[in-house]
Design a protein around this ligand. Structure first.
Ligand SMILES: Cc1ncc(COP(=O)(O)O)c(C=O)c1O
Length: 399
């Protein structure tokens, strides 16, 4: 987090419309009611994000990626909206099953699975699974006739904050070997998938991946292709603004129009749906002058709700709840988490207005890859999640 971005972010939020995207009175009510640290999950925002993406990708079936945030209330809301689900683990299967979601409404997209994970997915009724290598394909020989496999292809991307194709996906050149082997063993291969990386800052990697996948399907025309899964990657604005989702999806839709006739298209959005739907509310619990800086100690940090700063490379916009003078003095400061570890620093080399113990800070767009990767290091409990409706005003939310 650079000094400039945080100062800009504070300055932006110190506008007369401080926290303009929130219903401020509701936030204050929540602060009075719940002990910090806590997260606020706004289900109407989940709905808004889901519908925005659906509108930007007409005809594309959305499978929400549970890994980004698996709160049952969010899953229930998406189920109600007609969403499908992208699963990767037995734990995720157990969760969606307990919420009345059926296997046919899901795909299992983890490219590496234990046999017991394959069995559990089939027992649940989810028979569409992803493979990306020959050894994984061999695991399905005993299940020939019971599964529909999707082969994940790697398309590396410098435009994505998290380059997932580094770890998963085969080269396009490996496809014939895999489809031939599947055929020999009577295993149905029905689709291709890719994930160009999470928080992708340009839609062109995805558009190019669609075109390459379409070309591969046309060349390998003996395979009964039914699906193309274009993964997740749809970005949200953290400290930097990203393209509005309608604009982001235009080149993607153009590329999709070049697919062979009859191919159904899936996407696996996580971050775009969950990210903007949750904020974190923390308190300043300590303050110390160290060298020329003021250190503010918060009651949560990178071992907790801010874990995405470590694992997801995200820099969340932060704002004080109480109004402050944007033209006033800003002091060199550090925001630190509560644990005993020195890595537990949320923001360094920043300039902040003078704050006091007891002041509240709001971390925005903290729904994706935050609480799901939080730990209880030092026996600090994870922040609780409070579920609300309509605390953020979607009309002023920048996506
Ligand atoms: C297989 C798979 N699908 C979907 C997602 C969700 O991606 P995003 O949050 O970028 O939408 C991920 C993220 O890691 C993933 O690994």
């Amino acid at each position: 987090m650079t000094k400039q971005t945080i100062v800009e972010s504070f300055a932006e939020l110190s506008h007369p419309d401080v926290l303009e995207e929130f219903d401020r009175a509701s936030l204050e009510e929540l602060v009075a009611k719940y002990e910090t640290p806590f997260m606020v999950l706004d289900l109407s925002e989940v709905e808004y994000q889901y519908k925005s993406l659906k509108a930007a990708l007409p005809g594309v079936k959305l499978f929400y990626a549970l890994k980004s945030l698996s709160h049952p209330e969010l899953v229930k809301r998406l189920k109600m909206l007609g969403s499908f689900f992208d699963l990767a683990t037995i734990g995720e299967i157990d969760l969606v099953e307990s919420l009345g979601i059926r296997g046919e409404q899901c795909i299992h997209t983890h490219p590496i699975k234990k046999d017991k994970e394959i069995k559990r997915s089939l027992e649940f009724g989810c028979n569409r699974m992803v493979v990306d290598n020959i050894e994984e394909l061999k695991k399905f020989i005993p299940y020939a006739g019971q599964v529909e496999l999707i082969i994940r292809v790697s398309f590396r991307s410098k435009q994505a904050v998290v380059d997932l194709s580094r770890k998963f996906g085969c080269a396009l050149e490996e496809l014939p070997l895999m489809t031939d082997m599947a055929k020999q063993h009577g295993i149905d291969v029905v689709g291709l998938s890719f994930h160009v990386g999470s928080q992708s800052l340009s839609p062109m990697t995805q558009a190019n991946a669609i075109r390459s996948s379409a070309a591969a399907m046309k060349t390998m025309n003996s395979v009964n292709w039914k699906f193309l899964d274009i993964g997740g990657s749809f970005p949200v604005s953290y400290q930097e603004a990203v393209l509005p989702i309608d604009d982001f999806c235009i080149p993607i839709m153009e590329a999709l129009s070049e697919l062979p006739e009859g191919i159904e298209v899936f996407a696996e959005p996580g971050r775009f749906i969950s990210g903007p739907a949750m904020i974190e509310v923390v308190s300043i619990v300590g303050k110390a002058k160290r060298s020329a800086k003021t250190w503010y100690y918060l009651d949560d940090g990178v071992y907790g709700g801010f874990s995405g700063q470590m694992f997801d490379h995200a820099n969340y916009p932060l704002a004080p709840l109480k109004p402050f003078d944007a033209t006033g003095e800003f002091l060199p400061s550090v925001l630190a988490g509560p644990t005993c570890d020195s890595i537990d620093v949320v923001a360094e080399d920043i300039e902040l207005p003078e704050m006091e113990i007891g002041d509240i800070l709001i971390g925005k767009r903290m729904g994706a890859y935050t609480i799901v990767s939080a730990t209880e290091f030092n026996n600090y409990p994870k922040p609780k999640v409070v579920v609300v409706e309509d605390i953020f005003d979607p009309d002023t939310e920048s996506l």
